[in-house]
Design a protein. Structure first.
Length: 137
């Protein structure tokens, strides 16, 4: 699938919002975001600068992101859940925002809840080696 540039931008922005939601940015989260940003074709210096200033950046809108295709939205929510789980501390803020994003993209609550349950049961090392994004590119 060829992902439109605007959707690529929203995908990365959404991951940055999730990373900020728990008021910390650890190395596992950075690694996860770098992997996705690289796969989406963003320049290394761009996403490294963004990661450096992320926690103090108050200009990143926290509105739910909407994608042009349901498959992209499903991929994003799955990767977003993986990112939220990456630091082993899943906050209510992260889950609430991801649920709002899922709803804004027409994804069912039952789909979201099943995906969350499945990912919580997934061994943590595979969370960092697999991206849902790969299944649609």
């Amino acid at each position: 699938m060829d992902i439109p540039i605007l959707d690529k931008s929203k995908y990365l922005k959404g991951l940055l919002v999730i990373a900020k939601k728990d008021n910390q940015l650890n190395e596992q989260e950075k690694k996860f975001i770098r992997g996705i940003a690289n796969k989406l074709g963003f320049a290394t210096d761009f996403y490294e600068d963004t990661l450096k200033g992320l926690m103090s950046n108050k200009y990143i809108s926290e509105d739910p992101v909407e994608f042009s295709d349901k498959k992209i939205a499903q991929s994003f929510v799955t990767d977003g859940l993986r990112l939220a789980i990456a630091d082993e501390v899943v906050t209510e803020n992260e889950i609430k925002w991801l649920k709002e994003t899922a709803a804004a993209n027409g994804l069912e609550d039952s789909w979201f809840n099943e995906k969350l349950k499945l990912l919580k049961e997934t061994p943590s090392k595979s969370i960092f080696t697999e991206y849902a994004l790969y299944s649609i590119i």
